[in-house]
Design a binder for this molecule. Structure first.
Ligand SMILES: *Cc1c(COP(=O)(O)O)cnc(C)c1O
Length: 378
């Protein structure tokens, strides 16, 4: 905790705790400068920012959005809400990001966007995705919920797409409990984005003195984040270096301490390509089989260590099946989803606690040879 309480008190003293206040403007300026982006609007969530994109793209029923199946549900739902159809693409087995080689075959006349989700904050191949988008005239959107302060070829994630979204949910590196941001890199969408954000009115123009009254001019909703939460967020952004340093230490310790074990037992560790800068959002391992992964979860639970997995492939969910997808459609996604395990990862995780996690995994490997023999059959 840094200045969160002080800034929230200041927001109250300023008597402006609704949206678009003093701290919101500070967060906008901070993010615009740090990420080198054209325009930022704080939203109530990353999901809300994705929903705004669905409106800005004038999505019509039957329009298609290309996205990975290995991702969070709202990446699909924000567009499905407007009648869009999710068109899934498989991921690459190394970075677990959307596979650029598989995208072109999925593009049709109805494709309205390609969503690049930077899994674990490791960049998608943005040069290739932007080239595909450019050649078909389709905007690329970055879901950068995991990737705040990550980089690709030295450039901040969130600065590549026509739009990008951030999440400040409690589970993310920088948080205000619930919150998000829409980044608008193509200035042609900027005015309309402000109108949608302000419930479909030109209220922002009114406060800027550009119109003499404000009125209903478009569809929209209330997407603004309370300035009380923006105050909390601004304190978090100010602690960025401290937070990122803590997370880096946790990530690098897992990586170095697990390397030898991973090599002997065919356990996959995160892959960070040379042209990517890691923002240290999460740490996962990939077990050789789903059976081994589930056994390890139980083993860790018995040692009172909480681990987690994600994502159940969207194409195999009840909603995914209703769009006609079936098992076998995205083999890498299905395999990774069954084998991935996320280790405990938070800012205050001590090295002693990490050592407990690491020894428990070592003990598991040493005591369960059958699991590794079963590997070929899984
Ligand atoms: C967390 C997350 C979201 C949703 O964020 P909210 O702020 O909770 O709406 C979207 N996409 C990805 C990849 C996420 O990890």
């Amino acid at each position: 905790m840094g200045l969160e309480f002080d800034y929230m008190r200041e927001a109250m003293e300023r008597q402006h705790i609704s949206g678009d206040g003093y701290f919101t403007r500070h967060c906008h300026a901070f993010l615009e400068k740090e990420l080198g982006v054209n325009k930022v609007l704080l939203t109530t969530s990353c999901t809300a920012a994705l929903e705004m994109i669905g409106i800005l793209l004038d999505l019509r029923p039957g329009d298609e959005i290309i996205l990975p199946s290995f991702t969070f549900v709202t990446v699909a739902n924000a567009f499905v809400l407007r009648g869009g159809r999710p068109v899934f693409v498989d991921i690459k087995p190394d970075t677990l990001n959307i596979d650029p080689d598989l995208i072109e075959a999925r593009i049709t006349k109805r494709t309205k966007a390609i969503v690049a989700v930077h899994y674990a904050g490791i960049a998608c191949e943005m040069d290739r995705l932007l080239a595909i988008g450019h050649s078909f005239g389709i905007p690329v959107i970055e879901d950068n919920a995991h990737g705040l302060f990550g980089r690709f070829h030295g450039r901040a994630l969130g600065s590549f797409g026509t739009f990008a979204t951030q999440s400040f949910h409690e589970t993310k590196n920088i948080t205000c409990g619930e919150g998000g941001a829409l980044i608008i890199n193509d200035p042609k969408y900027a005015d309309r984005a402000e109108i949608l954000w302000e419930k479909g009115t030109d209220r922002r123009k009114f406060f800027a003195g550009l119109v003499d009254r404000y009125t209903w001019v478009d569809i929209g909703s209330s997407f603004l984040l309370s300035d009380l939460l923006a105050a909390f967020l601004f304190a978090q952004l100010g602690s960025r270096d401290r937070i990122q340093a803590l997370r880096r230490r946790v990530w690098e310790y897992y990586f170095s301490e697990l390397s030898a074990l991973a090599a002997s037992f065919s356990i996959g560790l995160p892959f960070v390509p040379d042209d990517c800068e890691n923002p240290f959002h999460l740490f996962y391992i990939l077990l050789p089989s789903e059976f081994a992964r589930d056994e390890l979860i139980d083993w860790l639970r018995a040692a009172k260590i909480g681990s987690a997995f994600h994502y159940l492939p969207l194409h195999l969910s009840r909603m995914g099946l209703s769009f006609g997808y079936k098992k076998g459609d995205y083999p890498v996604t299905e395999s990774v989803s069954g084998r991935l395990l996320r280790l405990p990862f938070y800012n205050s995780l001590s090295q002693t606690d990490q050592d407990r996690v690491i020894s428990a995994i070592e003990d598991f490997c040493a005591s369960s040879p059958a699991i590794w023999r079963a590997k070929a059959g899984q």
